[in-house]
Design a protein around this ligand. Sequence first.
Ligand SMILES: [Ca+2]
Ligand SMILES: [Ca+2]
Ligand SMILES: [Ca+2]
Ligand SMILES: [Ca+2]
Length: 458
Amino acid sequence: MRTTIGHRLCHNRRGASTIIAIVLSLVIIVVIVSNVVLWSYEMNQLDWEKMNENFSITEVTKVTNSSWFVAQSEFIVNQGNLVDGSFHYTTTANDVCETFKEDLEYQLETLHPNAAGQYTQWPVEYPSGSSHWSLCDEDSPDDDSTYVENNAATTKKDSFNLQDPAGSGSINWIRIYVRAKLVASGSSILRTFMRTYGTDYEGSDITLSTSYQDNYTQYNMNPYTGADWTWSEVASLEIGAVSIKLGAALPRMTAVWVVVSYSASPNYSLDLNCPFTLDLSTYPLDQIQTVEIQLRWRADDTDENWYLKAYDWTTTAYSDSNFNSTSGQVPSSDYDTYTVNLTDKWQSYVSDSGTVRVQLHDEGEDVNQTTVGIDFLGVRVRINGSCFTFKNEGSVTLHMVSLWVINSTVHRHYDMDAIVNSAEALSYIRADINLTDGFYTVKVVTERGNKAIYSAEV
Ligand SMILES: [Ca+2]
Ligand SMILES: [Ca+2]
Ligand SMILES: [Ca+2]
Ligand SMILES: [Ca+2]
């Protein structure tokens, strides 16, 4: 009985391994067959795609310039104001303008303390015995060499009289500056202080650290009158600081001063700039002949000359040095075009990444507040290149990989990498292919191996 069972088990085991072998063989056969089928399908697919490529070269022309590169971001207005529109308005010549206006150019005058004022409350001065204003009056702050300090846990004010101002004209704003620190970490309070018409005004709490820092409070109007500051108000102003010591963090002040922003006479000016980025993959730096800047614009007066300049990346300043024209243009109320080219010295105006920063500015300060409308502003490169127009008339996308240009003397091959979608055309620009006059043949080859040929006379 036991022997019979043993035989049967042995027989079953042999049977099972036979089945496994057959199954494995079947799997291998299926894998091989399916791979063959897949490979043959892929081959057929490739053949089918290759057969369905249908394209032509429809035109070959000389190209002497790129299209215009236009603003991609808002203009930076250093002087003047944006009145209406956005940089998008400047990307097409269509009589729709972005509008800017000249604004008053302001000068600054700085005034320092020259006498004691209403309050001398800060308890400590260094050097000891000095008048407080004389410790805070220096033009370049001397930090720990001379200062006043508050070691009291109550509010203390120091205020000083000021030098007489020399400026004239309309006052834009005044700023009360305080240079101070804490002698130890903490949260003691310090505020700027000002006294006008016998009334005290304090700024908001300033967060101090253990290093000296300048802080200011700006007043666009005299808070007592609610009107623009006058020069006599500035002359009789007192400035200083208020502090409260908390813990061990004694506030220490080394200097206070006032800055007055004003304009002596109507002196309107405008100065704006914007970056333009050249497509260096299509127009490599070593193929550029020169760079052109074109402005289409108008203005509401013809009182002054205006200038296009570009940022010189070497001297790090705007310039028109070596431009073909440096005489600027007087605008008119009708649209005018103002074009400059950067001659063969264009390199200093183009960054390694292809950025050209263009500036437009007025001749100078004048009494008429001019409004300027920019309809179009663009930058382009001049090249000695070629444009090949391909038309894909087939049902599959084309990948062009090779280009030949053949004439009586030259037989040149160029690598290319261009995609043309089904039923679309592509104008393919090569700044590095310069077609000489005469009869020539152009041949283009796709990745699948099809080619198109074009012959003509330039
Ligand atoms: Ca000082
Ligand atoms: Ca001006
Ligand atoms: Ca003007
Ligand atoms: Ca426009």
